[in-house]
Design a protein around this ligand. Structure first.
Ligand SMILES: [Fe+2]
Ligand SMILES: [Fe+2]
Length: 213
């Protein structure tokens, strides 16, 4: 046990319990995605000087409710103690984040506000979210088990392109740009307002559509 985990004795058991829950609740592909997100989030936290254990736990837990019944997700999400966009309750892609945060707290798996914030907002983001939440938001998008579009971002991290002052914010900005380029060019899906709100808060721009004209 290293000094870091000794200072938070519940870090280890919580990871083991969340891992068991994820294995039980998710199919193999999603479980591997969660492990990839955990490893990527903890590496990002470490790189930028934030709590790597919180990043790992939140990454592992972020999609715990992804395959739950939608009414269960919504019911849990309604108990989340924090601001949520209205679309959480009308877009079925969105409630699993706040739902998992509520589950973590209810099951006594984490009371760390940074972990709960990261899990709750990993899909739609929040302007002003903390560094662990930002790391998990990014890790969810770029972890290596899927999403070829993210390979240039991963390469940029390895090459140190996002090191130095404001590196995590620059990395988040570049990740959103690459993701939106992909969504618009290849998937033809509409861009969520919440993503543009997060993008504008990170970049200091006032973008209202993608691609930017
Ligand atoms: Fe998710
Ligand atoms: Fe995910």
């Amino acid at each position: 046990m290293n000094a870091e985990s000794m200072s938070r004795p519940d870090a280890g058991p919580a990871v083991a319990r969340v891992r068991a829950l994820a294995e039980q609740r998710l199919d193999g592909r999603r479980y591997r995605h969660c492990v990839g997100a955990a490893e990527t989030a903890s590496a990002l936290c470490e790189r930028y000087g934030y709590d790597a254990d919180s990043g790992y736990l939140a990454g592992l837990a972020h999609d715990l409710c992804k395959q739950s019944e939608i009414h269960t997700q919504i019911e849990l999400a309604r108990s989340f103690d924090g601001p949520l966009p209205e679309s959480v309750f009308s877009n079925p892609r969105l409630p699993h984040g706040p739902a998992a945060a509520v589950l973590l707290a209810r099951e006594g798996l984490s009371t760390d506000p940074a972990v709960l914030e990261a899990v709750a907002y990993h899909t739609f983001g929040k302007s002003g979210m903390g560094p662990v939440a930002l790391a998990v938001y990014i890790a969810d998008k770029i972890e290596p088990s899927r999403r070829d579009w993210a390979s240039t971002i991963r390469l940029g991290i390895d090459e140190g392109r996002f090191d130095g002052d404001g590196g995590l914010v620059r990395l988040a900005t570049a990740t959103i740009e690459a993701m939106l380029d992909r969504i618009v060019a290849e998937d033809g899906r509409p861009v969520a307002d919440t993503t543009l709100v997060l993008y504008n808060s990170l970049s200091g721009k006032s973008v209202r559509e993608w691609p930017v004209r």
